[in-house]
Design a protein around this ligand. Structure first.
Ligand SMILES: NC(=O)c1ccc[n+]([C@@H]2O[C@H](COP(=O)([O-])OP(=O)(O)OC[C@H]3O[C@@H](n4cnc5c(N)ncnc54)[C@H](O)[C@@H]3O)[C@@H](O)[C@H]2O)c1
Ligand SMILES: O=C/C=C/C=C(\O)C(=O)O
Length: 486
């Protein structure tokens, strides 16, 4: 069984309280790790270490020197690729080939892309006239914001953590990370990488624990934290925003979604079925950008439902290292209970269960894991709880539509606004609909195709702010204007 400690000022340390909690495997519910739960003293020490690093060697580095170090971090992640794959699959139970091809490579990319952004982005300058005719010159300088609190979810732990660390460190900040209690492994491993590469002590710190009355709350309430970046549930975002209001600390939030997939009758049918299948069921539906509401134009509705059903019924359950498997368990027993409660609610609400709706028959010790069937419903009104609320499981409701106007209204009738995926071969319509859907991220004839230079974030209750490319600089730096009278 793995022992996971906190990582403070370059050292792995257990909490003074001696408190530990257990991590169970999603695959078979075995206890696989014991984790030290940081209390206020450890959070305090981590924030102080991060502050000291800002004023120490790290703060004295040039941008070029930081960029070199971050390239070193990316290369060391690549060198230890299999360790990261192993750590992430242990935590999430997802197929290792998905980790190998999608999630872990993004960890290295997240450091490289933001190193490049910081190296290449210009700062603004404005010349202005003055009454004496000599003029003045304004120019901007960017400075790091300071100590950043980084609060992470469990669904794509390494990708989502490094998506914040890359720009935070490239901009010269220091960080204290609170990984999800469900997925502490890769954050701990990254400490070894930082030390191996020579990132100064205190730049990267990790405190483990839960949210309320634990490391998450202690960190977000800590007055030594200058800004907080958070990915997770909208409800948690509200609690963190409250904490951040004390001291007027800035926040960047990537929150929940109830994303719509829109399939027009003229779409490339097989590509649309494949795309919606991936968006609903990749990572067992635990993707913030995933599709839980599917709208299909009436002429192809029945055929589409049948085709998606066939694919959902063909998933191969199995352990992460089983190369023939393409579908994993949910993250935890707790999440399994939540998803199954929605499966039951859908039936109570009068859904037609096209496929799934329960727990698969798993052999041997896998029967103890957090497995649920991929599930498709039809026939529910838009007011049904399973059509309105984020379930974060492998399920979707499919409804027919008759016009472009109708489907835009349906897609927008939600408090969330993270992403959408539109399938059509009519380009003019694709652009029209994309402009009218109230979300931060729209994919046309694709899904989760990521260019890390683009703006990423949600509208409405799906988030505050945008990260990605130069947009990340808005959050991770403070812009100062200098006005020089000539
Ligand atoms: N918009 C995006 O980019 C994006 C990406 C991935 C996941 N998500 C969302 O994340 C959610 C799933 O992740 P989750 O269940 O881990 O989310 P969560 O909100 O339950 O937990 C996220 C993190 O916040 C911590 N936390 C909880 N309460 C806290 C508090 N009061 N103060 C400080 N920290 C606290 C948790 O310990 C965890 O580390 C889904 O809603 C999903 O849509 C959004
Ligand atoms: O589960 C959510 C996945 C989010 C993806 C990103 O934040 C990203 O690709 O940068």
């Amino acid at each position: 069984m793995r022992q996971i400690e906190n990582f403070i000022a370059g050292e792995y340390v257990a909490a003074a309280s001696g408190r530990r909690f257990e991590k169970r495997s999603p695959v078979d519910n075995r206890v696989i790790a014991s984790i030290s739960e940081a209390g206020r003293p450890e959070v305090d020490a981590a924030v102080q270490a991060a502050r000291a690093a800002l004023h120490g060697e790290w703060g004295g580095l040039t941008a070029d020197q930081r960029v070199e170090l971050l390239y070193g971090v990316a290369n060391e992640i690549t060198r230890r690729f299999e360790d990261f794959v192993e750590a992430e699959t242990a935590d999430t139970g997802q197929p290792s080939h998905v980790m190998r091809h999608v999630f872990i490579p993004r960890g290295a990319a997240n450091f490289k892309v933001f190193a490049d952004v910081v190296k290449n982005v210009p700062t603004e300058a404005f010349q202005m006239a003055t009454p004496d005719g000599a003029g003045a010159l304004n120019y901007a300088i960017r400075v790091p914001k300071g100590v950043i609190g980084v609060i992470c979810p469990w669904n794509a732990p390494f990708l989502l953590m490094t998506w914040k660390l890359g720009p935070a460190l490239a901009c010269g900040n220091t960080v204290v990370v609170k990984p999800s209690e469900e997925t502490p492994n890769t954050a701990a491993l990254l400490g070894e990488v930082m030390n191996a590469v020579g990132v100064p002590k205190g730049v990267y710190n990790v405190v483990n624990g839960f949210g309320p009355d634990s490391a998450g709350a202690f960190l977000t309430q800590h007055p030594g934290v200058d800004a907080i970046t958070f990915t997770g549930e909208t409800r948690t975002g509200a609690a963190i925003m409250k904490a951040a209001s004390e001291g007027m600390r800035d926040v960047s939030f990537e929150l929940g979604g109830k994303n719509a997939g829109i399939v027009f009758a003229d779409a490339d049918f097989d590509a649309a079925v494949d795309g919606i299948f991936r968006s609903a069921f990749l990572n067992t539906g635990q993707v913030c950008l995933g599709t839980e509401r599917v709208y299909v134009e009436r002429p192809i509705f029945e055929r589409f439902v049948q085709a998606l059903k066939l694919k959902a019924e063909a998933v191969k359950y199995g352990r992460p290292e089983d190369h023939t498997a393409n579908y994993g368990p949910l993250i935890s027993q707790e999440h399994k209970r939540k998803v199954l409660s929605y499966y039951a609610k859908a039936v109570e609400e009068g859904a037609t269960v096209v496929t799934g709706g329960g727990v698969p028959d798993m052999p041997g010790e896998l029967a103890e894991g957090a497995w649920v069937q991929p599930t498709i419903w039809t026939g529910l009104p838009e007011t049904a709880a399973v059509v309105r609320e984020e379930i974060f499981g492998p399920c979707c409701h499919i409804r027919p539509f008759d016009s472009e106007q109708e489907v835009v209204a349906l897609a927008n009738a939600t408090d969330y606004g993270l992403s959408t995926t539109i399938w059509t071969t009519n380009l003019a319509r694709a652009h029209r609909v994309a402009a009218r859907v109230e979300v931060g991220i729209t994919w046309i004839n694709s899904w989760f195709l990521r260019d890390l230079r683009t703006a990423f974030g949600g509208s409405k209750q799906s988030g505050i702010g945008r990260e990605g490319g130069v947009h990340s600089l808005e959050f991770y730096t403070e812009t100062r204007n200098v006005c020089v009278k000539l």
